[in-house]
Design a binder for this molecule. Structure first.
Ligand SMILES: NC(=O)c1ccc[n+]([C@@H]2O[C@H](COP(=O)([O-])OP(=O)(O)OC[C@H]3O[C@@H](n4cnc5c(N)ncnc54)[C@H](O)[C@@H]3O)[C@@H](O)[C@H]2O)c1
Length: 332
């Protein structure tokens, strides 16, 4: 009989929210870290959400998950981040009606400065961090500037949902299985400026451009559809994507933990410093990556037309502006 693995500590912030409710069953049920990896769940939320979080804890207990070896539910950052190995940061301040982007950035910057400071002090020095809360790339960058003792490569932002959306749209158009569409790439920010790139994507070995045979759709309609999909879900449901966001978090963390398969390329918001695409250093920008031993590497050499380079620069410009706005609001 093989020896049981040591449990790892996994914190989910914003655990009482919509995404938390859809994500916890995936993490607790072994879909992220695998069916043999015991976990201790740390669940963080703010004081007004503690009653609701108490109900979530009861439900986790009632699921009797074999892998869950402990639950810590708290509104204290110090308790939540104590010795954690993985941090999935979903908690943040939502955009309210009439709120300026500048104000949203400043509000979340203050949360992610504090989160970074406490994480740096309390978490494992090899803590792997995924930031989900929007503006995800910029929150991840703000956090990283406040975690000097955690490697910058360990801080990432979620763009896997955009990648999955792209694969889903292409598969639907082809009447195919989404899992047959591989290597759709997201460049840039998790926002409406993101650039979904399909010239390395294929379906069962056939390039997507050949299979779809409609350049005007691929170079325009498809891009706009992926960029606007989140807003479409909000307009229909009245809430932002939660089931699909949780599923994408599961995919991101699963591939980071276990590594990518041969030939598989995934998208993650990662440190842009030294990237092979000429994007400015010091951003958290989404690139195509492969992953081995829990370290990602950017895949270079994608061929790009001038129009595609312009799309990459548009989303880069937005990230630079967000970074500057955060610096101006917080003297980072
Ligand atoms: N990157 C992506 O692909 C992606 C996709 C979907 C949603 N999102 C973002 O994820 C975030 C969460 O979405 P949701 O639908 O679960 O929202 P939600 O409002 O249902 O839940 C957010 C939770 O965070 C908590 N929270 C607020 N401030 C906190 C803080 N300082 N510390 C800890 N917890 C805090 C809230 O109390 C709430 O329980 C939002 O910012 C949303 O825009 C990102």
């Amino acid at each position: 009989m093989s020896e049981e693995k040591e449990p790892i500590r996994v914190v989910i912030s914003g655990a009482a929210g919509q995404i938390g409710y859809a994500l916890i069953p995936l993490v607790a049920g072994g879909k992220t870290f695998g069916p043999n990896q015991p976990i201790i769940l740390h669940l963080l939320d703010i004081p007004p959400a503690m009653k609701c979080l108490g109900g979530v804890v009861m439900e986790i207990e009632d699921c009797a998950y074999p892998l869950v070896r402990g639950i810590v539910a708290t509104d204290s950052y110090e308790v939540a981040f104590d010795k954690v190995d993985w941090a999935i940061l979903v908690g943040g301040f939502p955009r309210k009606k009439g709120m300026l982007r500048k104000d949203l950035l400043a509000k979340n910057a203050s949360i992610y400065i504090e989160t970074g400071k406490v994480l740096d002090r309390c978490a494992s020095k090899d803590c792997h961090v995924l930031v989900v809360a929007n503006p995800a790339n910029t929150n991840a960058n703000t956090l990283s500037m406040n975690t000097p003792s955690i490697p910058r490569g360990n801080i990432t932002a979620l763009t896997r949902l955009d990648m999955n959306r792209g694969a889903g749209i292409l598969a639907k158009r082809l009447g195919a299985k989404p899992s047959d569409v591989t290597n759709v790439t997201i460049f840039g920010n998790h926002s409406k400026t993101q650039f979904p790139y399909i010239d390395r994507a294929d379906i069962n070995g056939t390039p997507i451009r050949t299979a779809i045979n409609d350049d005007s759709f691929l170079d325009q309609g498809f891009i706009t559809q992926v960029q606007n999909r989140g807003a479409e879900v909000i307009a229909a449901r009245g809430f932002s994507s939660a089931m699909s966001a949780a599923n994408a978090i599961k995919d991101h963390v699963h591939d980071w933990f276990h590594g990518t398969k041969p030939g598989q390329i995934v998208s993650m918001g990662v440190d842009s410093t030294g990237n092979p695409y000429g994007i400015a250093d010091g951003l958290i920008y989404s690139f195509p990556v492969t992953i081995k031993n829990r370290e990602w590497a950017i895949v270079g050499g994608f061929s790009l037309t001038d129009a595609q380079r312009t799309l990459m620069q548009t989303t880069e410009k937005e990230l630079k502006e967000e970074k500057d706005e955060v610096s101006a609001s917080s003297n980072l």
